[in-house]
Write a protein that binds this ligand. Structure first.
Ligand SMILES: [Zn+2]
Length: 500
């Protein structure tokens, strides 16, 4: 039997006496017009979210946000998969949400930061998983540090609201203002990581949880360690907001592919830990606790590789021996951007302003050569460097871009400059990071609370609020933010993070 994923919107109206939900036009930023029609309904035409509500009646509510990394929305269309994950299937049926859009770039760190900020990567500052580092001088570093997020997150707002927070392994949380924090971090993927992680976590917490769970949270341990640690922290310390992040499904999708038996086996295991979470937190029997189950991106299978940095090497813009570069193409998989070293370095000093290629013969020449070569050789890849679509991606995804590359078919855009410019691959590449308008990049988002919606609506027939709330749908990873704010009865406004 097919699920009815799209639950009526009114459902959300439940609990809040006076709530207005509006998307403000950012006065100081240009509005980005919709450029792609969307299967997720209306694409919002700006990036700022404001939720205000009455503070007069603030029930003490709790929220758990569980992320299952790399859960493709397409699984929702397969009853034979859902039948194997009964805990999630049951939860989904009780929740509102379903298929949701990811952001650009559709990669883990960018997406998880969009969840807790409600913003696109171009605004929140986490524009991928890793820094721009053509010669790996940072030894495989990822964007682990909370300090790199430019805007306020749910965690900052929680502090302002005197709410307590907990985290198990959510991306970009090293140094985050979290009361009980075990951030995602690794270096060697050996046991030395244990010492580092204990040092980066809230003092004593990592060791105490390892003792309780009988295994440590580490990059090399599995979802049972992460989700069970999340449950234990919730039960022991009773935080108001808990972030829990699980990684196994994504790992197996990368290794074996979406819909593979091995990935489904992993998902079945994760489902049992979700069952534990629901059971041990008594989720279905209490009215003060809501659960968001969300994921960050879908998956696709690439069958060929395009290596645009090879042309940059030939044009002498990349000099690997000297470890210098003038231009470089940073790729997230099926979306890539051309960056100029000078601008990138300036941005680190916060002095950067975008300059177009006009009146710069060097850039003009590069853009022309690169776009011609890609058009000729890379199947299904297009390069844009002017016009509305380019501005859309530049502002929302990579503000420093001189050009954006988009893969519409099954070509993976590599950052490598060795090998052929374009080649088919023998073994398929299971990946993501492709443009978010592709349905295979869609993922899942569900909000569950035990409070009856219809009842709440009848008690609160404020037509204006009701009308505005009709706009609040779980349609994007960014919607974790307004859903969380609404549930917590918080006054969430877009703000830049304060400088220390
Ligand atoms: Zn991911």
């Amino acid at each position: 039997m097919m699920f009815k994923w799209k639950v009526s919107l009114g459902i959300l109206l439940l609990f809040i006496d006076v709530l207005t939900y509006s998307f403000l036009k950012a006065k100081d930023k240009p509005t980005v017009k919709q450029i792609k029609s969307s299967k997720h309904g209306k694409i919002l035409t700006n990036d700022k979210v404001s939720i205000s509500n009455s503070k007069s009646k603030k029930p003490k509510r709790k929220l758990i946000i569980l992320s299952i990394d790399g859960f493709p929305a397409n699984y929702l269309d397969h009853p034979e998969i859902l039948d194997q994950i009964p805990n999630l299937k049951n939860l989904f049926a009780k929740s509102q949400g379903g298929r949701i859009a990811t952001i650009n770039p559709s990669v883990t760190y960018a997406s998880h930061t969009s969840m807790i900020t409600g913003q696109d990567p171009g605004f929140h500052g986490i524009e991928g998983n890793t820094p721009i580092d053509p010669y790996d001088q940072e030894d495989g570093a990822w964007l682990w540090y909370y300090d790199d997020i430019k805007v306020e997150t749910l965690l900052d707002i929680a502090k302002q609201e005197n709410a307590k927070t907990a985290n198990v392994y959510w991306p970009v949380t090293v140094g985050a203002p979290i009361d009980w924090n075990i951030p995602q971090f690794w270096r060697e993927k050996t046991n030395s990581d244990l010492k580092i992680l204990r040092s980066l976590s809230t003092p004593g917490l990592h060791r105490a949880m390892e003792k309780k769970i009988k295994q440590p949270v580490l990059e090399t341990t599995k979802d049972d360690a992460k989700i069970r640690t999340g449950i234990e922290i919730f039960l022991k310390y009773k935080p108001d907001i808990s972030l829990i992040y699980s990684t196994d499904l994504d790992t197996y999708h990368h290794a074996k592919g979406p819909f593979s038996d091995q990935a489904i086996e992993k998902l079945k295991l994760t489902d049992t830990y979700v069952g534990e979470l629901i059971h041990k937190t008594n989720l279905y029997k209490r009215e003060d606790l809501a659960l968001i189950v969300v994921s960050d991106h879908g998956f696709t299978t690439a069958k060929s590789i395009c290596r645009p940095n090879k042309l940059l090497l030939e044009m002498n813009y990349l000099q690997p021996q000297e470890k210098t570069w003038k231009y470089y193409i940073k790729s997230t998989g099926g979306l890539a951007f051309l960056v100029e070293n000078e601008k990138y370095s300036e941005s680190k000093q916060n002095t950067s302003t975008f300059l177009s290629a006009e009146n710069n013969p060097d850039r003009k020449n590069l853009l022309f050569s690169l776009s011609s070569k890609i058009k000729e050789e890379c199947k299904g890849v297009r390069m844009i460097y002017s016009g509305d679509e380019f501005e859309y991606y530049r502002k929302k995804s990579f503000p420093l871009s001189l050009a954006i590359l988009l893969s519409d078919e099954s070509t993976h855009i590599s950052t490598s400059w060795t090998g052929d410019f374009y080649t088919d691959v023998q073994n398929p590449i299971f990946t993501h990071g492709f443009p978010a308008y592709r349905s295979d990049m869609d993922t899942i988002g569900f909000f569950y609370s035990n409070i009856g919606m219809k009842e709440s609506l009848s008690k609160n027939p404020k037509s204006k609020s009701k009308e505005k709330l009709q706009n609040l749908r779980f349609e994007s990873v960014k919607d974790v933010f307004p859903f969380s704010c609404m549930w917590m009865n918080w006054n969430c406004k877009p703000n830049l993070k304060k400088e220390d």
